[in-house]
Write a protein that binds this ligand. Sequence first.
Ligand code: SF4
Length: 173
Amino acid sequence: MFRMIIISACLVGEKCRYTGDGFDYPTLRQLVEEGLAIPVCPEVLGGLPVPRVPSEIKGGNGFDVLDGKAQVKTNQGADNTAAFMCGAAEVLVVAQQYGACMAILKERSPSCGSKMIYDGTFTDHRIPGCGCTAALLMREGIRVCSEESYSVLRNKCTTGKPPVICLRDWLRV
Ligand code: SF4
């Protein structure tokens, strides 16, 4: 059975970041062009506009938000927790529809970060932890990595073949 990859839309050229822009990683865009990956933006799926004021998790990480122990707040103090939870749930629905077994998500985002996030003080201080969508996908058994760790993973699953071909082989489970 072939499994799709969930990928943060802003990594493949979608201008959905809070700043109104996006990134373009050609190796990740290739996954979408090859039909291996589905781009999603949890914050847009959760109903937030582009551009939008920045948000950070206050008082914990994405798992804590899922468990009601932390909140997502804007830099103006507004509570965005419901939108972030909604977006995470929408991404999970997409992941389940496509039988996704892996997600490549933007590091440090309060939704998509998988290893590091900002600490909720809007002072550019990072802490270990994941965002809300990453936490929900992990909890549902989906492997989550970042655009930064993807290249390491890709090297692990390639042995001389072009990366996309190897990844396709690897995803056939
Ligand atoms: S990091 Fe995630 S939530 Fe933020 S813009 Fe990218 S896809 Fe959307």
